[in-house]
Design a binder for this molecule. Structure first.
Ligand SMILES: [Zn+2]
Length: 278
C-alpha cells in the first residue's frame, strides 16, 4: 500500500517470516495474509475530486502471540461464545457489494468476530475539531449495519498503522501525503484490516485495522454529509467491504452519489456481521 517497491519488499519479508514460522510450527496461529485486491486510485475532476477513497487489504504479518483470553475460557468451559449484538437483516432492494477477502475454500467473507468488541483509538494529531463525532458516528452507522460492536477506548499518539499488533485497537488517524504516500492527489482516505489464520486451518478473521484520513480534504470539505460519508466508507473497508461499480452505493470507488450506506452496502455489511463466532 505504499507503492510498488515497498510492496515487493514487504511481500519478500512476509514470505521469509512465513517460512520461518512453518519451520518452527509451534504456535496456535500463523498470521498469513493473502493477496491484495487490485486498487485503482483514480483521479476525477471537479468539486467531488476529494471523494476518491480507497480500500486496502493489508499484507503485513503479525508476530506470533498467544490466543486471546476469552477464547480460552470458552475452550475450557466447553461453552460457545455469544454474539454481542443481533444479526442484522439483509435489506430488500437492489444494490451491489463486494468483499475485500473471502475464505480460501468458500465465498464466506473474512470478517471480524461478532462475539468480541472492536476497540477503536483515535490519534487526534492534525485531526479536525469534530474528529470524535465523525468517528463515533461512523462506528454507530457501521455497527447498525453489521451487528458488530465498536467501542471508542481513547486516544493514542501511535501512528504506525502499517506495523500494528493483533491486540492493538483499530487506529484512526488523520495524515497527509508526506507521511502516507497513498494520500497523494485526490485520495481522501484509506482503510483496511489485518487478518489472522489458524495454523492448522480454520477461518481467517480480522483482528484489528486502521482508517487513515486526509487532513487537507477534511480541512477543505465544507459538507458535513460528505465528510461523514468518507469516514463511513473507510469503516466499510475496515470491516471488509470492497469497492463496487454501482454508484448508488457508498462503497463506490469515488463514494457514489449517496453519502450513506446503500442497499448493497447494507447487504454486504449484514453478511460481514453474521459470520459465526469463534
Ligand atoms: Zn474505498
Amino acid at each position: 500500500m505504499f507503492g510498488a517497491r515497498r510492496r515487493r519488499q514487504r511481500e519478500m519479508e512476509r514470505r521469509l517470516r512465513e517460512l520461518d514460522w512453518l519451520d518452527q510450527a509451534y504456535g496456535i496461529g500463523a498470521y498469513a495474509p493473502s493477496g491484495a485486491p487490485p486498487r485503482r486510485p483514480s483521479r476525477i475532476p471537479g468539486a467531488i475530486a476529494l471523494l476518491v477513497v480507497m480500500g486496502v487489504t493489508t499484507s503485513a504479518v503479525f508476530t506470533m502471540q498467544p490466543q486471546v483470553f476469552p477464547d480460552r475460557v470458552h475452550d475450557w468451559l466447553g461453552t460457545n461464545p455469544e454474539r454481542l449484538l443481533p444479526v442484522r437483516d439483509i435489506p430488500i432492494g437492489p444494490g451491489d457489494f463486494s468483499f475485500i477477502a473471502t475464505q480460501p475454500d468458500s465465498d464466506e467473507p473474512v470478517a471480524y468476530n461478532p462475539c468480541e468488541v472492536i476497540e477503536v483509538e483515535i490519534n487526534p494529531e492534525g485531526a479536525p475539531d469534530d474528529h470524535e463525532e465523525l468517528v463515533t458516528r461512523a462506528m454507530a452507522h457501521t455497527s447498525d449495519a453489521t451487528g458488530l460492536q465498536f467501542e471508542l477506548v481513547g486516544t493514542t499518539d501511535e501512528r504506525g498503522f502499517d506495523s500494528m499488533s493483533m491486540n492493538d485497537p483499530v487506529m484512526v488517524l488523520w495524515s497527509e501525503q508526506d507521511e502516507v504516500a497513498d494520500l497523494a492527489g485526490s485520495i481522501a482516505g484509506l482503510g483496511g484490516s489485518y487478518r489472522i489464520e489458524p495454523i492448522g486451518g480454520g477461518k481467517q478473521r480480522y483482528v484489528t485495522g486502521f482508517v487513515v484520513l486526509d487532513r487537507e480534504a477534511f480541512a477543505d470539505l465544507r459538507s458535513d454529509e460528505v465528510r461523514q460519508g468518507i469516514v463511513d466508507h473507510e469503516f466499510g473497508h475496515l470491516v471488509g467491504l470492497g469497492h463496487v461499480d454501482d454508484p448508488r452505493q457508498l462503497m463506490h470507488e469515488h463514494g457514489g452519489i449517496n453519502m450513506a450506506y446503500g442497499n448493497g452496502d447494507l447487504a454486504g455489511l449484514a453478511a460481514l456481521g453474521s459470520v459465526a463466532c469463534r
